[in-house]
Design a protein around this ligand. Structure first.
Ligand code: IPE
Ligand code: IPE
Ligand code: MG
Length: 246
């Protein structure tokens, strides 16, 4: 049976998050510089976004650049930032055609001016699209995000009428950059690495994690379908026992 038709559309994750990893190793495998891997990762982004939207996923969050990634060689960082500008400028048309809204999480104002500008333009030009929201995590760090939330809450408790005893999970989540976005039900990391690397620490408290060996530039629609089927075959117990779930 075709993979796609094995997906139960009534049990689709509303939000899928992906740590797109393995571009450098993919390039090395092909005897090319690391940047070649990043360039080829763009096609995977396009295919995955399209596949998710076609299925009816509401939110797709892609980890594109972490705060720790600034520590890479300058040449690679610059190439990644330029690639982002180029890709954003080129893909906005497709996003509009596919009715996909672009959003970003992370400390984006610290990105190079050109990248920041292209990103804001992309967000602005797609803001009325309704089929799916594509969230790019850029200059993102989950600890940074949680700290920002803590600071925001402290500030509001000091200067406005927010009472400390009223701070619950819901209030806290509203201070995160993912405010209003449901937690991801499924998190995929490519390239075989089995770590979180400072991604969505608050939001993945009960997320199903899937680590696949595929390098990101090789990730295609069927890989997303397989991931969703894997997710759908799991039992999400949320602390209960099997017999309590009907
Ligand atoms: C992921 O691929 C892309 C970014 C982190 C920007 P990598 O560049 O981390 O590739 P590997 O992990 O070195 O193979
Ligand atoms: C995580 O990948 C960040 C992104 C995918 C953007 P890395 O390749 O930077 O992660 P580590 O450093 O190997 O944990
Ligand atoms: Mg990596």
């Amino acid at each position: 049976m075709e993979l796609k038709s094995q997906i139960n559309l009534d049990k689709l994750p509303r939000h899928i998050a992906i740590i797109m990893d393995g571009n450098g190793r993919w390039a090395k495998q092909h005897g090319k510089p690391r940047v070649f891997g990043h360039q080829n990762g763009v096609k995977s982004v396009r295919e995955t976004t399209e596949a998710a939207a076609e299925l009816g996923v509401d939110y797709l969050t892609l980890y594109a650049f972490s705060t720790e990634n600034w520590n890479r060689p300058k040449l690679e960082v610059n190439a990644l930032m330029s690639l982002l500008v180029e890709t954003l400028n080129k893909e906005i048309k497709t996003l509009n055609k596919n009715n996909i809204r672009l959003q970003a999480i992370g400390d984006i104002s610290k990105l190079p001016k050109k990248t920041y500008k292209a990103l804001l333009e992309g967000i602005e030009n797609t803001k009325n699209n309704t089929r799916m929201t594509l969230i790019l995590a850029l200059n993102y760090s989950a600890r940074w995000e949680i700290l920002q939330a803590a600071k925001g809450i402290a500030e509001k408790a000091k200067t406005e009428n927010l009472k400390i005893e009223d701070v619950n999970e819901e209030v806290f989540a509203n201070f995160l950059s993912t405010k209003g976005v449901p937690d991801p039900e499924l998190l995929i990391r490519t390239s075989g690495e089995t770590r979180i690397s400072n991604f969505l620490l608050w939001q993945i408290a009960y997320t199903e994690l899937l680590f696949v060996p595929t390098f990101w530039p090789d990730f295609r629609k069927p890989d997303l379908y397989k991931a969703i089927i894997d997710y759908q075959n799991r039992e999400r117990r949320f602390g209960k026992i099997s017999e309590q779930l009907v």
